[in-house]
Design a protein around this ligand. Structure first.
Ligand code: PEP
Length: 258
């Protein structure tokens, strides 16, 4: 049975108290959904991680950090070490979110160092990739995704695929000014991503879930999740109220017959 992934990045929203209240509510609301069917994960702000981790059953909701340095320690002011994430018992770390790449100027080479470091520290690496509106306009979206995957997962052994997740988030689709990708477009790009992952990791690549993110909402969640190459939904704004996210998850599950 195919497992579906649902997650949210809380970005620079929610205080510690708001995060723990949100997680408690989300855990309660989704408690009855068998976790053999879905993987539910939330990525709060750094300051919330310790209390978030202590307040939630990781079997119900996996937790992740929004970014991480590739070194354990050193002269990296403002960065967070993998050891610090281990200390808060994080399950995963998001790497290369669109805002990290396009607001803070991160490059594929850095994402690759972070992916390697995450794996070395037993963390699942959620690599975010996506083409810009300009890439799309020039028709080079698939090439850009290939480059981000090949560089981001450079020198990663196929033995590690169990700890790799990918989120396809077209830059033009994210956030308040974003336009959601159509289900047809998203499916086409997911197909390209899966083809590239297969070239890189062979059959084992099928273990890597590829999630769609970018203005997912209650109106488009179902048509996206039923696409054969989409393994999950990575949701921003529409997930930040626990009851709305619960509803979105349940509607998506119904759509795929779970
Ligand atoms: C995101 O920023 O990763 C995201 C998916 O945001 P939204 O759903 O709000 O577009």
């Amino acid at each position: 049975m195919k497992k579906y992934y649902f997650g949210s990045n809380l970005k620079m929203y929610k205080t510690i108290r708001e995060t723990t209240a949100y997680l408690t509510s989300l855990a309660e609301l989704t408690n009855d959904i068998g976790r053999e069917k879905i993987e539910l994960f939330i990525i709060p702000s750094y300051t919330s991680l310790e209390q978030a981790s202590a307040s939630v059953d990781h079997g119900l909701i996996r937790l992740g950090a929004q970014n991480m340095c590739w070194e354990e320690q050193g002269q990296f002011t403002g960065e967070i070490s993998p050891l610090m994430l281990q200390e808060t018992e994080m399950d995963l770390v998001m790497i290369g979110h669109s805002e990290r790449r396009h607001v803070f100027g991160e490059r594929d080479e850095e994402e690759n160092r972070k992916v390697k470091c995450a794996l070395d520290h037993g963390l699942t690496a959620l690599l975010c990739i996506g083409e810009t509106a300009e890439d799309k306009q020039y028709g080079v979206g698939p090439e850009v995704l290939r480059m981000q995957l090949k560089k981001g997962f450079h020198e990663i052994d196929s033995a590690s695929v169990g700890k790799l997740w990918v989120a396809y988030e077209p830059v033009w689709s994210i956030g308040v000014n974003g336009t959601p990708a159509t289900a047809e477009y998203a499916e086409k790009m997911h197909g390209e991503i899966k083809k590239c992952l297969e070239e890189m990791f062979g059959e084992k690549s099928r273990e890597i879930p590829v999630l769609y993110g970018g203005s997912v909402n209650p109106d488009n969640g179902e048509e996206l999740i039923v696409q054969p190459s989409i393994d999950g939904l990575f949701v921003g704004r529409a997930a930040w109220q626990a009851d709305r996210f619960n509803e979105l998850i349940r509607n998506a599950m119904k759509a795929v017959g779970l």
